[in-house]
Design a protein. Structure first.
Length: 511
């Protein structure tokens, strides 16, 4: 059967719910393709349908009367008629058999008395239908997302499968996205690097330029890639296949965190942001002094650290970089492990690891049970909501809470699976760094090494009268034995004891 496609939008039509002419044309074309409708003529009108007397509409009716086509395709009945006269003409043509069918992407019509009745209502109350329609679209999207299907445009690496209306993996793009994640997770990559990488692989903006940095950032932090969808402020579990592992995704998030953290200072002073002035509480900052030597006609750079004195007047004097570094070495030595122990410790640790693998299984079992219980809670909550016992807002809040919890437990499981237990791995890391502290403290090193060393052992450093005193991180405080920064130091040794900020637990069987 042949159809005439009719699109209309009048200039006085402010209704945003009505698609533009272009959009109507696109939708109708797609709809015709899907439904295998043959369109013989496209008719476009830019006049209101509230009053009769539209030229193009009259043309359509004539074509139908002459038998050029037997069907009309339009976005919605209200595009055809919004007054009883035009509506009546359509119904009349149906009655006398000149018009066999009407098709609308948004309205189901069949040529029966009931169908004509519904159509009449649609002509008469089209505004009501349009309102209802947009509500139905929103409802449809919610329904989709609740069923684990992303309701809008699929992110890079996926496509919206038109027939099944699901989200499927685009295998060609999948590789590019995965590679981009891997590249970024390696570290020291910027969003620009990723944008350029995508560009090289044919992912670009419409004008052919590399995608915006915001796009790269959004892609790399999009939890859709690990199966979690956030839609209209709510979380849902996606049914789509994932190709980015949780581990890779987490690594990428860490890198994003590093990029987004504000950088300290223009110059690369290794100890900036690490030390505070004991007298006034302000930060200690680095500074380059240029000194000119007349005799040899040379200038030399000296690095000093000094109190910024930004809080209140302060009497503290600058300290040279060398003196500061020397003290950091001393501090590091005071908490380092004798290198001779390294072998023995590693042996003990590997035994602990064996024991631990048993308890890891138990831990995972417990977490999986927790997951099950959360699922049950979510189901009960949904039941309560559907039965009307729970308010929509309460439901939403509570559901997000439970979902966040669920995500956390899932993350715990995957973390334990990839990293092992909660204490053994951090403890291993700790002993490794304690041994490496010993090595670094003994060797000649760059300021950067010493800066990192300081960050490894201490959570805070204070400077007073050019003397540095640390607050050790947990673990290192137990190693701390005899470090006294200076005989006449005003700070009692108890001040060196740690704050509980690293969550390290002492080993149970190794020490
Ligand atoms: Zn100060």
């Amino acid at each position: 059967m042949k159809y005439i496609a009719y699109c209309r939008k009048s200039t006085d039509e402010k209704d945003k719910q009505v698609l533009s002419i272009d959009q109507q044309l696109a939708e109708l074309t797609e709809f015709a393709k899907r439904e295998k409708l043959e369109i013989v003529n496209f008719v476009v009108e830019a006049k209101t349908a509230k009053t009769p007397g539209r030229e193009k509409f009259a043309e359509v009716l004539k074509l139908i009367e002459r038998g050029v086509a037997h069907g009309i395709l339009s976005w919605h009945p209200d595009r055809l008629a919004r007054n009883s006269i035009d509506g009546g003409k359509i119904i009349y043509l149906l009655d006398i058999g000149k018009l066999h069918d009407l098709k609308f992407p948004t309205f189901w019509f069949d040529n029966t008395p009931q169908g004509k009745f519904m159509l009449n209502i649609a002509f008469g109350q089209s505004k009501y239908y349009v309102d209802n329609l947009s509500e139905n679209v929103v409802r449809g999207m919610r329904y989709k997302v609740k069923n684990g299907i992303w309701p809008v445009r699929a992110p890079l690496g996926y496509f919206n499968e038109p027939k099944l209306r699901t989200i499927e993996v685009n295998h060609e793009k999948e590789k590019i996205v995965k590679k981009a994640f891997q590249l970024f997770a390696e570290g020291n990559k910027s969003f620009t690097d990723i944008s350029n990488f995508l560009h090289k692989n044919g992912v670009a903006r419409r004008n052919g330029k590399p995608v915006k940095l915001e796009f790269a950032k959004r892609m790399l932090s999009n939890r859709f890639y690990v199966g979690i969808m956030k839609y209209a402020g709510e979380y849902y579990e996606g049914k789509h296949k994932t190709f980015i592992t949780r581990e890779l995704f987490d690594k990428a998030q860490k890198e994003i965190g590093k990029i987004l953290k504000p950088k300290q200072g223009k110059h690369n002073f290794a100890f900036c942001g690490l030390i505070k002035c004991r007298e006034c509480g302000a930060s200690i900052t680095g500074e380059i002094h240029k000194k000119y030597y007349e005799r040899t006609d040379r200038t030399a750079d000296y690095i000093y650290y000094r109190c910024t004195k930004k809080i209140k007047p302060c009497s503290q004097k600058p300290i040279t970089k060398d003196y500061l570094e020397e003290q950091i070495r001393l501090i590091a030595k005071s908490v380092s492990l004798p290198l001779e122990w390294e072998k023995e410790w590693q042996g003990l640790l590997s035994e602990d690891e064996k024991l631990e693998s048993v308890s890891i299984d138990q831990n995972i079992g417990r977490l999986e049970l927790e997951l099950q219980q959360l699922d049950e809670k979510l189901n009960k909550l949904l039941d309560g909501y559907l039965e009307g016992v729970i308010e929509s807002e309460t439901y939403k809040t509570k559901k997000n809470e439970l979902f966040e919890e669920k995500v956390k437990v899932q993350e715990d499981i995957s973390r334990i699976k990839s990293e092992g237990s909660s204490w053994l791995e951090p403890f291993k890391e700790f002993t490794d760094s304690a041994f490496s502290v010993s090595k670094i403290a003994r060797a000649k090193n760059t300021s950067q090494d010493l800066g990192n060393l300081a960050k490894t052992v201490g959570s805070n450093f204070f400077l007073e009268n050019r003397l540095l005193s640390p607050i050790f991180k947990k673990g290192f405080d137990t190693l701390f034995s005899e470090f006294v920064p200076h005989a006449n130091s005003a700070i009692p040794p108890s001040k060196f004891l740690s704050v509980d900020d690293e969550g390290l637990e002492p080993p149970t069987s190794s020490v």
